[in-house]
Write a protein that binds this ligand. Structure first.
Ligand SMILES: [Zn+2]
Length: 248
């Protein structure tokens, strides 16, 4: 394992020839409008250091060594989380997960810098431009010559290993997300669905997630609005396509 910046090597791991490394940097307790959260910062690379991201682990309570810990794995979405875009449900899902772990500690929210299913913010805006011409989120990526999905989740495995979490209840509507994390060796004992009601601007996007990406959206995209009971939590930004994508 490589030494981390603070000399603590926990959370680091090499994976065959892909050379994955996830280094713990520091933890701070941050007060927010919805309560206090432990925020653990990491630096992560999955390609031997050529590229690097900074995953953060947002925690309530003491999940260390726990089983069946509620976990949401959330990919960054500047457009909804910062700008307030109504084109997707990411910000709403983030808030639901944040509230869930505050009300049901211990819990973990892992925030990854993988905007637009990993293609980056600028490419995501380019895809939006094509969607204005009628393409859906999957076809827009393909028209740009971009992969449907180039996210990778080795940092999630390493961060949970760093915390000694033995099994999780994953907050997601995306069955493939569970499969991908299980392939990485995580033990997912339950899925916690988390549905955000579709509205005018996100209905097309959420319907695409359901029809083309195998997401379990239930009444969120049905004709009749569903009542949100807040008992779920949920996730996934943009989900994944039906076709397998290369995972490292
Ligand atoms: Zn989004």
């Amino acid at each position: 394992m490589e030494p981390s910046l603070n000399g603590n090597s926990s959370g680091s791991r090499r994976d065959g020839d892909s050379f994955v490394s996830t280094q713990f940097v520091a933890e701070s307790l941050i007060p927010t409008a919805s309560g206090k959260y432990r925020v653990r910062a990491y630096r992560h690379s999955y390609d031997g250091g050529r590229t690097c991201s900074e995953p953060t682990c947002i925690i309530t309570g003491r999940p260390e060594g726990g089983e069946g810990v509620p976990v949401r794995v959330h990919d960054a979405c500047f457009t909804s989380e910062v700008l307030g875009s109504l084109k997707c449900d990411c910000a709403d899902q983030f808030r639901l997960a944040q509230r869930y772990i505050q009300e049901h500690p211990p819990g973990i929210l892992i925030y990854l810098q993988q905007e637009g299913r990993g293609i980056g913010l600028a490419n995501k805006i380019a895809a939006y431009a094509l969607q204005e011409e009628g393409l859906d989120t999957v076809d827009a990526n393909r028209a740009l010559g971009l992969p449907d999905d180039c996210r990778e989740y080795t940092s999630v495995r390493n961060i949970l290993a760093d915390l000694g979490v033995r099994s999780i209840r994953l907050m997601t509507n995306n069955p493939r997300k569970i499969a991908v994390l299980e392939e990485l060796g995580l033990v997912v004992v339950e899925r916690l669905p988390c549905l955000v009601q579709a509205q005018e601007h996100s209905l097309g996007y959420l319907t695409t997630k359901q029809n083309r990406m195998s997401h379990i959206m239930g009444a969120a995209v049905a004709d009749e609005p569903a009542e949100l009971d807040g008992s779920f939590c949920f996730w996934d930004h943009d989900g994944e396509p039906l076709q397998p994508s290369p995972m490292t």
